[in-house]
Design a protein around this ligand. Structure first.
Ligand SMILES: *Cc1c(COP(=O)(O)O)cnc(C)c1O
Length: 393
């Protein structure tokens, strides 16, 4: 009989089970909302990146449905052959105007935007200087570029400067950070990194996935938040989180964007967005510009919930955003906390190694503009009760 050559994968899963790190996928029974039905249970949803509730916003829904009726469900081609529709071009013009850059290009996801950009604008002779907690898509893009990768400790500007200043002035260098770090909710030190990039002539790049629709005027991102317009060469944003649909984009100079359209492999070799996705994203930009009160409500909820967790004595790390981790250390304990919260009616994902360091396992909470005060108070009560039960508070 043939030996199963994939047996080692089953062994790996057994080991995950033994460590309490095996995860079953949680399944939503209906819409992605602040209060959702998940695995047959009605829960306060603190796990989604749907910061502004746009996944179910009527204006996005309508525009998407209109696009399906008028334009169909798919594009049948990559952008560079026959898969560019007028609505894709319209979205890119709107994004460039929104981000106040010369141009923008849309990718199928934030992941492919990062990986496709980093891997195409740099090559074997170049250097990438990257925060240790930057997103996996940046790390993958860096590896694909074959450039030398130098990692600096999280948000350590002095260490980044030491690395950059030790490189030959002639060496092309990319300095790259997340705008908001997805597991900790803290911000990349953009002003200081821009100073380093200016001083040493680096390409400056920011991944604003969790800042898009959250930070800056009308949700323009961290470059706007920190007043760094004109000093960041490559801005990546996502259309999958606060924007409520799916996709990623790069905003920057005309030359950067045209180059990506010729060389970024996901743009060249993977089919473009269905028109309904582009339509929903266009409606989302309308909402960002005409309903700024959504972002105000997001921040009111953020302040209330974060201070509530801190008042319980929980370790929330250095979060400055609607993402607030509750750091408990041990991976199995984080999963236990998450499971017990779920039983009590609160969906907050447990996150352990390898997504975060082995001793920094956590339950991650994300509030949205659409959570009610009562829902957030209920969630805080559950954290208090389950926290006491598990000896965390
Ligand atoms: C979510 C995320 C991405 C990927 O965006 P998608 O649109 O979901 O592919 C990239 N970078 C960071 C920092 C993220 O948090």
């Amino acid at each position: 009989m043939r030996r199963d050559p994939l047996q080692y994968l089953a062994d790996e899963l057994t080991s995950l089970r033994e460590q309490g790190l095996y995860r079953r996928l949680r399944v939503l029974d209906g819409e992605q909302k602040a209060h959702a039905a998940v695995d047959g249970r009605s829960v306060v949803n603190l796990s989604s990146n749907n910061y502004l509730g746009l996944t179910t916003h009527p204006r996005l829904r309508e525009r998407a449905l209109e696009a399906v009726r008028e334009l169909g469900v798919g594009t049948g081609s990559v952008r560079t052959i026959a898969g560019t529709m007028a609505i894709h071009m319209e979205l890119e013009r709107r994004l460039a105007a929104f981000k106040r850059t010369e141009a923008a290009v849309v990718f199928q996801s934030g992941f492919t935007a990062n990986a496709g950009t980093v891997s195409s604008i740099l090559g074997r002779e170049d250097v990438i200087v990257s925060d240790e907690l930057n997103h996996a898509s940046i790390i993958d893009g860096a590896r694909l570029s074959r450039a030398t990768i130098k990692v600096f400790p999280h948000r350590d500007v002095a260490a980044a400067r030491t690395i950059v200043s030790g490189l030959p002035r002639t060496q092309r260098t990319l300095l790259i950070t997340d705008g908001v770090f997805s597991m900790d909710g803290d911000l990349g030190p953009l002003p200081d990194l821009c100073d380093i990039a200016d001083e040493f002539g680096c390409i400056m790049m920011v991944d604003d996935a969790h800042a898009s629709g959250v930070f800056g005027k009308n949700g323009r991102g961290t470059v706007d938040h920190f007043g760094m317009h004109g000093r960041v060469d490559v801005q990546v944003g996502t259309l999958s989180k606060a924007i409520g649909a799916l996709g990623g984009y790069v905003a920057g100079s005309r030359a950067l964007i045209e180059f990506l359209c010729h060389r970024a492999r996901p743009f060249l070799f993977s089919t473009s967005h269905p028109p309904a996705v582009a339509a929903a994203c266009l409606a989302a930009i309308d909402v960002l510009e005409s309903e700024p009160e959504l972002i105000d409500r997001l921040w009111e909820n953020t302040r209330m919930f974060k201070s509530g967790l801190q008042a319980l004595g929980l370790d929330t790390g250095g979060s400055e955003s609607p993402i607030t981790p509750v750091i408990v250390g041990d991976g199995a304990l984080a999963m236990r906390l998450s499971d017990r919260l779920f039983e009590e009616g609160v969906f907050a994902q447990g996150i352990a190694f390898p997504t975060v360091a082995r001793d920094k396992a956590r339950v991650r909470t994300i509030v949205s503009a659409t959570h009610t005060r009562d829902e957030l108070r209920f969630a805080l009560d559950c954290f208090a009760r389950v926290g006491r039960e598990l000896g965390i508070v």
